[in-house]
Design a protein. Structure first.
Length: 239
């Protein structure tokens, strides 16, 4: 298939490498200050565009891709207040958009595990729950989109928690998320249940960017030829 890359930094190069290994063609790369390429024949020829940029530029990138009638697979986080606009474009205008807060297959298995554990722990109010996440110092949003997805899974299944909050809290109905930004850490996420007697921890620790890039290419392969708003639950069927 023909793939366009929106964002040509470290993730973009890793995605390109895996796409080529899987026999795909990268027909266009768009980096900062190259917005004119959205109007190029090369970009318009793409079957799917894979977008990894920044929260500030993501929404406009989606709009430009939709105007060129190119489906989008995006892993950019921190822009979700605009999600209704993207869903409406898919529902009413026939656009195609695949979004994941994290494309790693391991992380999405971790999401499913988190949901299942939360259902169990809802029956045991003696355990309080909190979260920790660590990313590289270049990450702009905190908490990460992955952490928010984990938190939403917990809130959906544990009745004694009403919302997540950044950092510490003294309120029993709030789920605290502590964030760290260190070096070049690809991503570490931990969910902790703690009682007076013991603690239960589940952790996903990414070793490198390869898992994220592979998942993004697999999502592009899944997206080709489809319409609507799509996600990892559609592709994997485990969430």
């Amino acid at each position: 298939m023909k793939i366009a890359l929106i964002g040509y930094g470290k993730m973009g190069h890793e995605i390109e490498k895996i796409a080529l290994e899987r026999g795909h063609e990268v027909v266009c790369t768009i980096d900062m200050n190259e917005e004119e390429k959205f109007n190029s024949p090369a970009f318009r020829s793409a079957d799917v565009a894979i977008e990894f940029t920044s929260p500030a530029s993501a929404l406009q990138n989606y709009r430009r891709a939709f105007a060129a009638d190119v489906p989008v697979v995006s892993g950019t986080t921190g822009w979700l207040e605009h999600l209704p606009e993207i869903r409406e474009a898919c529902d009413k205008e026939g656009k195609t958009f695949f979004y994941a807060s994290n494309f790693s297959l391991g992380v999405n298995i971790f999401f499913a595990l988190n949901n299942h554990l939360a259902k169990i722990m809802n029956q045991f109010p003696g355990y309080d729950v909190r979260m920790e996440e660590t990313h590289h110092m270049h990450k702009l949003d905190a908490p990460s989109g992955t952490a928010i997805t984990l938190a939403e899974g917990i809130l959906a299944h544990i009745g004694r928690k009403d919302k997540w909050v950044l950092d510490k809290t003294d309120k029993v109905d709030e789920l605290p998320i502590k964030t760290f930004r260190e070096g070049e850490v690809p991503g570490i996420h931990t969910v902790i249940y703690e009682s007076e007697a013991d603690s239960i921890r589940i952790t996903h620790d990414a070793k490198n960017r390869k898992g994220f890039a592979l998942g993004a290419v697999l999502a592009a392969e899944f997206t080709k030829g489809k319409k609507g708003f799509l996600g990892m639950s559609d592709m994997l069927g485990i969430l």
